[in-house]
Write a protein that binds this ligand. Sequence first.
Ligand SMILES: NC(=O)C1=CN([C@@H]2O[C@H](COP(=O)(O)OP(=O)(O)OC[C@H]3O[C@@H](n4cnc5c(N)ncnc54)[C@H](OP(=O)(O)O)[C@@H]3O)[C@@H](O)[C@H]2O)C=CC1
Ligand SMILES: CC(=O)C(=O)O
Ligand SMILES: [Mg+2]
Length: 668
Amino acid sequence: MFDWSTLRDCILLKRRNAKKKVLRLSTTQSNISNIGSSLQQMVTVINQFEIMLVKPVVRSNQIRQVFAWPLVQCSSILTQCSTTERTIVSSTNQKERTFLDGHKKHDKYFMTFRRFITGHEILLDRHTNKGTAFSIEERQIYRIHGLLPPTVTTLELQADRIMENLRNMSDDLARYIALSALQDRNEKLFYRVVMEYTQEIMPLVYTPTVGLACQKYGLIFSKPKGLFITIYDKGHIDDVLMNWPARDVRVIVVTDGERILGLGDLGCNGMGIPVGKLSLYTALAGVAPEYCLPITLDVGTNNESLLNDKYYLGLRQKRVTGKEYDEFIDEFMQAVVKQFGQECLIQFEDFANRNAFRLLKKYRDNYCTFNDDIQGTASVALAGILASLRITKRKLSDNVFVFYGAGEASIGMSNLLVFAMENEGIPVEEARKKIYLVDSKGLVVKNRPAGGLSEEKNRYAHEHEPINKLEDVIKTIKPSFLIGASGQGSAFTREILEIMISFNKRPVIFALSNPTSKAECTAREAYEATKGQCVFASGSPFPKYVYNDQTYVPGQGNNSYIFPGVGLSIVTCGIRHVPDEIFYIAAKTLSEQVTNEDLSVGLVYPPIEKIRTVSRKIAAAVAEYAYEQKLAAFYPKPIDLEKFIEEKQYIAEYECALPPRWSWEKEK
Ligand SMILES: NC(=O)C1=CN([C@@H]2O[C@H](COP(=O)(O)OP(=O)(O)OC[C@H]3O[C@@H](n4cnc5c(N)ncnc54)[C@H](OP(=O)(O)O)[C@@H]3O)[C@@H](O)[C@H]2O)C=CC1
Ligand SMILES: CC(=O)C(=O)O
Ligand SMILES: [Mg+2]
């Protein structure tokens, strides 16, 4: 029997640099050959030492065997681990490592062993915990026997138990808190529940409940799920990023909390949004959770009630703006690249209008980045518009569009719509003439006072008399599409909806503002006012509605149909930039997933139950384009992109006989 104390005594503590502690293993050949070969002993080997960093720091052949030998022996167990982990195990040659995504790296990683881990820690770690699903054998091996009740349950039964508990709860905020706690406790089970009961769970982890959760964030905060970087971290953002425990971060969703849904400035409470969006990256598209990092940039808040709220957890000061803000964001972008590489996707979410457009313009060609509120929303709206045309039987360019709200969402939608019309052969200027914007001052027209129009709005400003009221705009312009993204709940009154049906056989009404309280109208209001004739979609979900014995299913026109699939493609193929074409392709692919059966009940998006497949198809179409345009970094191009992407999609199954305690550390 191998004497572990000998090996342990040989572990030398080495400080690679001031910030990182690395344990380096050193022993002799004879000790190694004594290591037992039975499966159980191998489990013990891995179980007692966490393999933490990977790079051949140790050059001698003799020492290299120390690493290679037990790992190879263990490969039968470890092949059940995730793909990156498998890569290490299957490679005994430390000089060159072939990654499953095809690229090779030389001497970039090293292997070393980390401290002991107790069974109790396995139970407390959300990545490794299986709760009552640990088998008797695992309970013995990990020394957690006795720490759990004796009955071993399945993942399915655990999910049923969670659902029953959720359904018995009194309100959605309680359900949000319970799901958040589950995510902290047992990540696999959390994703199993979200993926299996998506329709029921999505409104809890995402809009509308996430809006309420953000408003109550100071009260309900329990465990951190992301990084908070404040303006006082300026000058050392890099250090804060290093505190995040995972090193192979491939997607960041970042907010500064200034325009959370249609709820306004929620400061640091906005953290609920990156957390929720990244949960959807995993649940709706299968981007592995360990690749995802939610970040809130706290530069203060101008929300007086938060500043006076004793539970508020953010900086109690007014927002920092101007040069200092810009330098802070610049440093953040650079630090992300330094820490996680230039292929790390940075999704901007819920920034205020005045920052959103200019930051997108500033960074879009130099970083792997997009703005979800501008570009993701544009894509989902275009998909819904294209699907609606199959009901109204009109060409895209035969329509007139009124956007209520002229902000990030509406301008993004207008720009992509023009792009789509151009593809139908319509000149840009002509396409723009079919689009009318209404903002807080009324119809966007040319003769607004000087300085009254931003560059983005100006593109859509018409030579027209000012009109203040929406109903008058509708009466005058007679649009076939009325699309709301204003954050103004109930703005589409019965009168407005009745005007829409008075000159359209099938008017298209999208009420895209979030959360539900901010929707411009409800599904019921739209169907009732138009006698079931409108085509309806909304940003937050509404239930089915029965009108005159006909069932109508409102679609959810939310960017959650787009960003997970686009992100999956970026992550799996290493796409370096995210041009607008990608959102056009995503929109077309999404609309092609809508069946005639869906359309027959008024649904202009595929049912949410199909979302994993839909996201994969979006990812494959985007990847095809990216390879054509030489935007993808991972070569060679897979022969079957969809299959390649499918193999990378995260699966919510308990898969490891061993806790996945392998992690990657990119060399700085
Ligand atoms: N379904 C989805 O996927 C998405 C939905 N949204 C939702 O869209 C809404 C707006 O988001 P976003 O565009 O980013 O926000 P912005 O702040 O960029 O834009 C809001 C726009 O609404 C206008 N507005 C405000 N009050 C009124 C009013 N009384 N009458 C007419 N227009 C008004 C503003 O006018 P002015 O320019 O004069 O200030 C502005 O143009 C939010 O509720 C958000 O949740 C956003 C992204 C995605
Ligand atoms: C859906 C979304 O991104 C928003 O409402 O801001
Ligand atoms: Mg948003």
